[in-house]
Ligand binder design. Structure first.
Ligand code: ATP
Length: 214
Protein backbone atom coordinates (compact mmCIF):
# COMPACT_ATOMS: atom_id res chain seq x y z
CA UNK A 1 0.00 0.00 0.00
CA UNK A 2 1.35 3.42 -0.76
CA UNK A 3 1.95 6.28 1.65
CA UNK A 4 -1.25 7.99 0.62
CA UNK A 5 -3.24 5.20 2.23
CA UNK A 6 -1.27 4.74 5.43
CA UNK A 7 -4.03 6.66 7.24
CA UNK A 8 -6.42 3.72 6.86
CA UNK A 9 -6.67 1.98 10.25
CA UNK A 10 -4.96 -1.40 10.35
CA UNK A 11 -8.22 -3.23 11.12
CA UNK A 12 -9.75 -1.71 7.97
CA UNK A 13 -6.68 -2.53 5.89
CA UNK A 14 -6.92 -6.15 6.98
CA UNK A 15 -10.46 -6.39 5.62
CA UNK A 16 -9.58 -4.93 2.20
CA UNK A 17 -8.54 -8.24 0.59
CA UNK A 18 -11.84 -9.74 1.79
CA UNK A 19 -13.87 -6.94 0.19
CA UNK A 20 -11.72 -7.09 -2.92
CA UNK A 21 -12.32 -10.81 -3.44
CA UNK A 22 -16.09 -10.47 -3.11
CA UNK A 23 -16.28 -7.38 -5.34
CA UNK A 24 -14.18 -9.11 -7.98
CA UNK A 25 -16.71 -11.96 -8.04
CA UNK A 26 -19.59 -9.49 -8.34
CA UNK A 27 -17.81 -7.68 -11.15
CA UNK A 28 -17.24 -10.88 -13.12
CA UNK A 29 -20.97 -11.59 -12.76
CA UNK A 30 -21.64 -8.20 -14.36
CA UNK A 31 -23.07 -6.56 -11.21
CA UNK A 32 -22.74 -2.78 -11.20
CA UNK A 33 -23.60 -1.99 -7.61
CA UNK A 34 -23.85 -3.57 -4.22
CA UNK A 35 -25.53 -2.53 -0.99
CA UNK A 36 -23.68 -2.56 2.31
CA UNK A 37 -26.23 -5.15 3.52
CA UNK A 38 -25.41 -7.52 0.64
CA UNK A 39 -21.71 -7.03 1.26
CA UNK A 40 -22.20 -7.55 4.95
CA UNK A 41 -23.96 -10.88 4.46
CA UNK A 42 -21.33 -12.09 2.03
CA UNK A 43 -18.18 -11.14 3.94
CA UNK A 44 -19.65 -11.50 7.45
CA UNK A 45 -18.69 -8.01 8.58
CA UNK A 46 -21.46 -5.86 10.03
CA UNK A 47 -22.74 -3.15 7.71
CA UNK A 48 -21.86 -0.27 10.06
CA UNK A 49 -18.22 -1.40 9.97
CA UNK A 50 -18.37 -1.68 6.18
CA UNK A 51 -19.77 1.85 5.88
CA UNK A 52 -17.07 3.18 8.18
CA UNK A 53 -14.34 1.28 6.31
CA UNK A 54 -15.54 2.56 2.96
CA UNK A 55 -15.77 6.13 4.22
CA UNK A 56 -11.96 6.11 4.69
CA UNK A 57 -11.49 5.90 0.97
CA UNK A 58 -14.24 8.27 -0.03
CA UNK A 59 -16.69 5.64 -1.22
CA UNK A 60 -19.99 6.91 0.05
CA UNK A 61 -22.87 4.64 -0.85
CA UNK A 62 -26.13 6.35 -1.70
CA UNK A 63 -29.24 5.25 0.16
CA UNK A 64 -31.21 2.77 -1.91
CA UNK A 65 -28.47 2.67 -4.52
CA UNK A 66 -25.49 1.12 -2.79
CA UNK A 67 -21.86 1.24 -3.86
CA UNK A 68 -20.48 1.37 -7.35
CA UNK A 69 -18.67 -1.96 -7.87
CA UNK A 70 -16.35 -0.63 -10.59
CA UNK A 71 -15.24 2.34 -8.46
CA UNK A 72 -14.56 0.19 -5.42
CA UNK A 73 -12.67 -2.38 -7.44
CA UNK A 74 -10.40 0.17 -9.05
CA UNK A 75 -9.74 1.68 -5.62
CA UNK A 76 -8.89 -1.71 -4.08
CA UNK A 77 -6.76 -2.68 -7.05
CA UNK A 78 -4.66 0.44 -6.54
CA UNK A 79 -4.58 0.26 -2.76
CA UNK A 80 -3.72 -3.42 -2.66
CA UNK A 81 -1.25 -3.03 -5.55
CA UNK A 82 -3.22 -5.60 -7.50
CA UNK A 83 -1.51 -4.54 -10.70
CA UNK A 84 1.79 -5.69 -9.30
CA UNK A 85 2.49 -9.29 -8.33
CA UNK A 86 4.36 -9.87 -5.09
CA UNK A 87 6.80 -12.74 -5.30
CA UNK A 88 6.72 -15.11 -2.36
CA UNK A 89 9.04 -17.87 -1.11
CA UNK A 90 7.84 -20.86 0.89
CA UNK A 91 10.14 -22.56 3.35
CA UNK A 92 9.33 -26.13 4.43
CA UNK A 93 7.62 -28.38 1.89
CA UNK A 94 5.93 -30.69 4.44
CA UNK A 95 2.18 -31.37 4.60
CA UNK A 96 1.17 -27.75 5.10
CA UNK A 97 3.77 -26.33 2.71
CA UNK A 98 2.72 -28.79 -0.01
CA UNK A 99 -0.92 -27.79 0.43
CA UNK A 100 -0.02 -24.09 -0.02
CA UNK A 101 2.04 -24.82 -3.12
CA UNK A 102 -0.86 -26.72 -4.65
CA UNK A 103 -3.31 -23.99 -3.74
CA UNK A 104 -3.75 -21.47 -6.50
CA UNK A 105 -3.08 -18.16 -4.72
CA UNK A 106 -3.09 -16.13 -7.93
CA UNK A 107 -6.74 -16.84 -8.73
CA UNK A 108 -8.08 -13.94 -6.65
CA UNK A 109 -4.88 -12.47 -5.53
CA UNK A 110 -1.71 -10.74 -6.60
CA UNK A 111 0.79 -12.97 -4.86
CA UNK A 112 2.72 -15.81 -6.40
CA UNK A 113 4.91 -18.40 -4.74
CA UNK A 114 7.97 -18.38 -6.97
CA UNK A 115 10.28 -20.69 -5.10
CA UNK A 116 10.18 -23.24 -2.28
CA UNK A 117 12.96 -24.50 -0.03
CA UNK A 118 13.41 -27.62 2.03
CA UNK A 119 16.23 -29.37 3.87
CA UNK A 120 15.26 -32.91 2.92
CA UNK A 121 17.08 -34.35 -0.08
CA UNK A 122 13.89 -36.26 -1.12
CA UNK A 123 12.21 -32.96 -1.93
CA UNK A 124 14.99 -31.08 -3.70
CA UNK A 125 14.62 -30.78 -7.46
CA UNK A 126 10.92 -31.67 -7.29
CA UNK A 127 8.22 -29.34 -8.58
CA UNK A 128 5.20 -28.99 -6.32
CA UNK A 129 2.22 -27.15 -7.76
CA UNK A 130 4.53 -25.94 -10.53
CA UNK A 131 7.01 -24.44 -8.02
CA UNK A 132 10.59 -25.75 -7.94
CA UNK A 133 11.90 -26.96 -4.57
CA UNK A 134 15.45 -25.77 -3.82
CA UNK A 135 17.86 -26.74 -1.08
CA UNK A 136 17.65 -24.51 1.99
CA UNK A 137 21.42 -24.01 1.76
CA UNK A 138 20.80 -22.05 -1.46
CA UNK A 139 18.26 -19.70 0.14
CA UNK A 140 20.37 -16.53 -0.10
CA UNK A 141 21.15 -17.20 -3.77
CA UNK A 142 17.52 -17.43 -4.81
CA UNK A 143 15.78 -14.62 -2.98
CA UNK A 144 16.19 -12.00 -5.70
CA UNK A 145 13.02 -9.92 -6.00
CA UNK A 146 11.24 -11.90 -3.27
CA UNK A 147 9.88 -9.77 -0.44
CA UNK A 148 7.62 -12.15 1.44
CA UNK A 149 8.09 -15.64 2.87
CA UNK A 150 5.71 -18.29 4.17
CA UNK A 151 7.22 -20.32 6.98
CA UNK A 152 6.01 -23.93 7.25
CA UNK A 153 9.11 -25.53 8.80
CA UNK A 154 9.15 -27.26 12.21
CA UNK A 155 9.09 -24.75 15.10
CA UNK A 156 12.69 -25.56 16.05
CA UNK A 157 13.93 -24.37 12.64
CA UNK A 158 11.81 -21.19 12.53
CA UNK A 159 14.13 -18.62 14.16
CA UNK A 160 17.25 -19.71 12.28
CA UNK A 161 15.40 -19.51 8.95
CA UNK A 162 13.84 -16.16 9.91
CA UNK A 163 17.33 -14.72 10.63
CA UNK A 164 18.52 -15.82 7.20
CA UNK A 165 15.41 -14.40 5.53
CA UNK A 166 15.94 -11.07 7.26
CA UNK A 167 19.59 -11.01 6.17
CA UNK A 168 18.39 -11.74 2.63
CA UNK A 169 16.23 -8.59 2.77
CA UNK A 170 12.75 -9.99 3.31
CA UNK A 171 10.09 -7.51 4.47
CA UNK A 172 7.23 -9.81 5.51
CA UNK A 173 6.87 -13.28 7.00
CA UNK A 174 3.69 -15.32 7.27
CA UNK A 175 4.62 -17.63 10.11
CA UNK A 176 2.63 -20.85 10.35
CA UNK A 177 4.95 -22.39 12.93
CA UNK A 178 4.02 -22.25 16.63
CA UNK A 179 7.37 -20.50 17.31
CA UNK A 180 7.26 -16.77 18.13
CA UNK A 181 10.05 -15.44 15.97
CA UNK A 182 12.07 -12.30 16.67
CA UNK A 183 12.82 -9.97 13.76
CA UNK A 184 13.95 -6.33 13.44
CA UNK A 185 11.20 -3.69 13.67
CA UNK A 186 11.22 -3.04 9.92
CA UNK A 187 10.09 -6.60 9.19
CA UNK A 188 6.44 -7.49 9.57
CA UNK A 189 5.47 -10.92 10.89
CA UNK A 190 1.94 -12.27 10.73
CA UNK A 191 1.55 -15.29 12.90
CA UNK A 192 -1.04 -17.95 12.10
CA UNK A 193 -1.19 -20.89 14.47
CA UNK A 194 -3.93 -23.15 13.19
CA UNK A 195 -4.01 -25.30 16.35
CA UNK A 196 -4.52 -22.20 18.54
CA UNK A 197 -7.20 -20.80 16.23
CA UNK A 198 -9.10 -24.06 16.44
CA UNK A 199 -8.72 -24.21 20.21
CA UNK A 200 -9.96 -20.61 20.48
CA UNK A 201 -13.01 -21.42 18.35
CA UNK A 202 -13.89 -24.39 20.56
CA UNK A 203 -13.42 -22.25 23.69
CA UNK A 204 -15.65 -19.51 22.31
CA UNK A 205 -18.33 -21.99 21.30
CA UNK A 206 -18.33 -23.31 24.83
CA UNK A 207 -18.18 -20.06 26.75
CA UNK A 208 -19.79 -17.55 24.40
CA UNK A 209 -22.52 -19.47 22.57
CA UNK A 210 -24.19 -17.43 19.85
CA UNK A 211 -27.90 -16.87 20.09
CA UNK A 212 -30.04 -16.87 16.97
CA UNK A 213 -31.11 -13.27 17.57
CA UNK A 214 -27.49 -11.93 17.97
P1 ATP B 1 3.67 -29.92 8.45
O1 ATP B 1 4.02 -29.28 9.77
O2 ATP B 1 3.72 -28.93 7.33
O3 ATP B 1 2.48 -30.79 8.44
P2 ATP B 1 5.33 -32.23 8.32
O4 ATP B 1 4.74 -32.86 9.52
O5 ATP B 1 5.18 -32.92 7.01
O6 ATP B 1 4.91 -30.76 8.09
P3 ATP B 1 7.64 -31.03 9.56
O7 ATP B 1 8.54 -31.89 10.39
O8 ATP B 1 6.78 -30.05 10.25
O9 ATP B 1 6.87 -32.01 8.57
O10 ATP B 1 8.55 -30.26 8.50
C1 ATP B 1 8.00 -29.51 7.46
C2 ATP B 1 8.99 -29.47 6.32
O11 ATP B 1 10.08 -28.64 6.66
C3 ATP B 1 9.57 -30.84 5.96
O12 ATP B 1 9.44 -31.06 4.56
C4 ATP B 1 11.03 -30.74 6.38
O13 ATP B 1 11.88 -31.49 5.51
C5 ATP B 1 11.29 -29.25 6.25
N1 ATP B 1 12.38 -28.76 7.11
C6 ATP B 1 12.75 -29.16 8.34
N2 ATP B 1 13.78 -28.42 8.79
C7 ATP B 1 14.07 -27.53 7.83
C8 ATP B 1 15.05 -26.51 7.68
N3 ATP B 1 15.93 -26.22 8.64
N4 ATP B 1 15.04 -25.81 6.54
C9 ATP B 1 14.17 -26.07 5.56
N5 ATP B 1 13.25 -27.03 5.62
C10 ATP B 1 13.19 -27.75 6.73
Amino acid sequence: MDAEHTKIPQATAKRLPLYYRFLNNLHSQGKLRVSSRELSEAVKVDSATIRRDFSYFGALGKKGYGYNVEYLLSFFRKTLDQDETTKVALIGVGNLGTAFLNYNFTKNNNTKIEVAFDASSDRIGEEVGGVPVQHIDDLEKRMDGIGVAILTVPATAAQGIADRLVAAGISGVLNFTPARITVPSNVRVHHIDLAIELQALVYFLKHYPLNEED
